[in-house]
Design a protein around this ligand. Structure first.
Ligand code: FEO
Ligand code: CA
Ligand code: CA
Length: 668
């Protein structure tokens, strides 16, 4: 989803910054530290290979031949880790991949998936019910579950469940002639239902046939989870007074998941979908908003106007206080969003669960540190809005392979990151049982009745403890070789004050930050960080070890991030507006960067107007699934800005892309 500063009906959905806290940027905490010094310090750290692999040593060898041979072999091996010709920047309306690779569109929006398997109608006339049985719109985060992985980490590479998010919709393309609106109100309940049903998640059983082609398999496991699917609320906010609604007077149940951006998957074989820019789905006529709404950017009108249609299923998007208490209206409906939702893809009857212990914010995604038997589980999540924070959760319980399940995510400690000068950082507990947290609340004059209220107000809790305002945290990924945690910071047009971890003001291109937990203990409180890469054009972009970016790897607005099992970092971009329309970067792209060597190469360029997002592979690494979201963004039936993937005259459709090698071997 792209960034738009004007909240309007049918805008494209990124929320306006709502962190108006007095919480200082870290630069304010470091009196006298000049930006130049900070950048220089970061560069020096990078040059020393702070978190990277040490270069071959300066051995005083008497016989240099064997050493030279070993070095030559090592260099050759490293070169082969990115053994393809970089794809040039382009604005072609197609998928470009290196020679020797194939990219094929798969399960585009509208593909028949379940129920009656209704055919996709090219003129946009499918009904709301049809859409509930078809692949949703605007594919995003995604994971391939091998069919033998119902208890975590299967091995099958020819058969599995592909589970993917549908982040948002473009009503201009979803309906026959765009949305029906009169006097600012939606006039078709079926259209609005279709929009709600085009959101959420698809669970798709997929098989690779003898020719190596992937197909959707008709299956009882195929499932749509939408913006209306009944869900259970779990964790400390379950049953909280601020979670009660007319639909769920006990505060135990919710309807639907919305704006599902990136994702996660658990060690026990379930999918996690993350609710990102949800605030804009709600409207309110109340002039005074409680902190659990105002701190999240809820404002007067809603993005799609769903609240303007009569009926309980739509009125819930109107947060206006109408009744005597919260059980009489939907003042608390928005408190049921901003969570991470766990879905068991192997059980089509399982009710999705909102896991509230993981905090409430604009969750981009969730990435787990490697789960170790007998140890606590740790996972990281970014809050993708300008000047928001990075969080981690540490479970109270221990991981037992084959026994643990989602309840492990209901009890534990949520922390927020403070990136300090000197490349040090600390995790600050947001827990009412924590003495430092209680002291910070008292100093700020803020009170929370219980941990449920802390979590519903996660952003405020993080303000209070002095978390570092970041340049829009997007995806995280963990290097399997080192345990280092990498996060994309996509850009931040509103940054006026640089700080060590966000050293560009404003930051139009974004960067990738990484950290290593002290003693390599992901559950600990201290870490060391550095900046892995500054995105940007030639002359401004800088790779690891200070290597300037070149024509083979310039990019901007990093978003999706993933490590393959061999420790290569895959970077996906979400450039928008002028960055996409003109300038050196071309269409959105996917690059591969090797932390071992510092080499980065462009692997894929997407079609016109599209974002490249979502990535997962089969265990044999012969198939990569990548999502293409919103090709031709902003198109209308009379103005198709892209015709990918179906060709001339056809509406553009978000789709998964199946990437394989022509020789059928491992991708790299
Ligand atoms: Fe939906 Fe933060 O990208
Ligand atoms: Ca994005
Ligand atoms: Ca994203």
């Amino acid at each position: 989803m792209t960034c738009d500063q004007k909240p309007e009906l049918f805008d494209n959905g990124d929320e306006l910054p709502s962190n108006h806290s007095a919480n200082p940027h870290i630069s304010e905490l470091i009196a006298g530290l000049k930006r130049r010094q900070v950048v220089a310090a970061g560069a020096a750290v990078g040059a020393l290979g702070f978190l990277g692999t040490a270069l071959p040593g300066s051995a005083q060898a008497t016989d240099l031949k064997p050493i030279a041979k070993k070095v030559a072999e090592a260099i050759k091996r490293r070169r082969e880790r990115l053994g393809f010709q970089a794809v040039p920047v382009t604005r072609a309306d197609t998928i470009s991949v290196p020679a020797g690779y194939r990219a094929k569109a798969f399960i585009p929006w509208g593909t028949p998936l379940c129920g009656r398997y209704p055919a996709f109608l090219e003129d946009g006339s499918n009904s709301a019910q049809d859409q509930a049985e078809q692949i949703g719109m605007h594919h995003d985060g995604m994971h391939f579950f091998p069919i033998d992985g119902s208890r975590g980490y299967g091995k099958r590479s020819d058969h599995g469940l592909l589970v993917l998010n549908h982040e948002y919709i473009e009503p201009g393309m979803l309906h026959r002639n765009g949305p029906s609106v009169s006097n600012g109100k939606r006039t078709s309940a079926d259209e609005v239902k279709k929009e709600i049903n085009a959101h959420g998640v698809s669970v798709v059983e997929v098989r690779r046939d003898a020719r190596g082609e992937w197909n959707l398999a008709p299956s009882a496991r195929n499932r749509r989870i939408t913006g209306a699917t009944p869900m259970r609320i779990a964790g400390p906010a379950r049953g909280h007074a601020l979670m009660r609604t007319r639909y769920s007077p006990e505060g135990h149940a919710a309807r639907g998941t919305l704006n599902n951006c990136a994702n996660g998957f658990t060690p026990w074989g379930t999918y996690l979908t993350c609710e990102e820019n949800w605030a804009g789905y709600f409207a309110t006529r109340d002039s005074e908003l409680p902190r659990e709404l105002s701190r999240y950017g809820v404002r007067g009108t809603s993005r799609y106007g769903w609240d303007t249609v009569p009926g309980d299923e739509f009125e819930r998007f109107d947060l206006t206080r109408k009744g005597a208490d919260a059980r009489d209206d939907y003042r608390n409906e928005a408190n049921q969003f901003g969570w991470i939702v766990e879905i068991d893809p192997f059980n089509p009857d399982a009710t999705p669960v909102k896991r509230t212990a993981l905090g409430r914010f604009a969750h981009e995604g969730l990435v787990f540190a490697p789960a170790r038997p007998g140890k606590r589980v740790v996972c990281y999540s970014g809050d993708d809005s300008q000047n928001e924070y990075i969080y981690k959760f540490v479970s109270k319980g221990r991981y037992i392979p084959g026994m643990s399940n989602g309840r492990l995510l209901d009890e534990g400690t949520l922390y927020v990151a403070r990136f300090e000068a000197g490349n040090r950082g600390r995790w600050l507990a947001l827990d009412i049982r924590d003495e430092n947290f209680r002291r910070a609340c008292a100093a700020a004059g803020v009170s929370f009745a219980d941990q449920g209220e802390v979590l519903i107000n996660t952003r405020l809790a993080a303000d209070i403890v002095g978390a570092t305002k970041m340049d829009r945290p997007e995806w995280g990924a963990i290097n399997p070789d080192t345990g280092d945690v990498y996060f994309t910071l996509t850009n931040n047009s509103s940054r006026t004050q640089p700080d060590p971890a966000n050293p560009r003001a404003a930051n139009p291109y974004g960067h990738i930050i990484r950290w290593r937990e002290a003693s390599s203990d992901h559950a600990g409180n201290l870490f060391a960080w550095d900046i892995y890469q500054f995105a940007g054009p030639e002359g401004e972009g800088k790779g690891p070890k200070g290597k300037p970016l070149t024509a083979a790897n310039i990019y901007a607005s990093p978003d999706g991030l993933w490590f393959d099992e061999d420790g290569r970092l895959w970077i996906q971009t979400d450039m928008s507006g002028s960055q996409l329309a003109a300038g050196p970067f071309g269409n959105n792209q996917m690059l591969i960067s090797d932390p071992k060597t510092g080499e980065t190469k462009r692997f894929l360029v997407g079609p016109v107007g599209a974002e490249v997002t979502g990535i997962t592979a089969t265990p044999d690494f012969r198939t990569l699934f990548v999502n293409i979201q919103h090709p031709g963004e902003g198109s209308t039936p009379g103005d198709l800005r892209s015709v990918w993937p179906d060709g001339a005259g056809k509406r553009p459709r978000s789709a998964t892309v199946v990437i394989t090698r022509e020789d059928g071997k491992r991708l790299l």
